[in-house]
Design a binder for this molecule. Sequence first.
Ligand SMILES: [Zn+2]
Length: 129
Amino acid sequence: MIKIVVVFILSIEPNSMHEMSLCEGVLDVIEDSAKAQNFKKVSQIFLEIGNLSGVEIEAMKFCFAAVMRDSIADKAKLTIIKKEGLAWCMKCAKKVKVKQKFDKCPDCGSYQLQIVSGDEMKIKELEVE
Ligand SMILES: [Zn+2]
């Protein structure tokens, strides 16, 4: 049994998508890369989920096993890495941490924030056989 780790990054637009569709999107990507990189089984999946993506982590875990069943990633372990939300505050002219999408700036209270990161979901890494 040979184990290799395939590292690639993919952004999925989680906006207004249900967790079940997100899991199906993840499986699509895995199947495509299995063809491209010639692996037959996935044993672990590392998913990076931003705090501001609106993705429900518990719901993801729940849907994941059901979607992956009988696929190339059947019984694969799901590891979720949470990513902090960062926004650019126009008033402070710096990056600030935010917990929710429409939060105000924790320093000055302004709502003129532009999300910099943490609003996406990525497949960071796959452990394959
Ligand atoms: Zn500010």
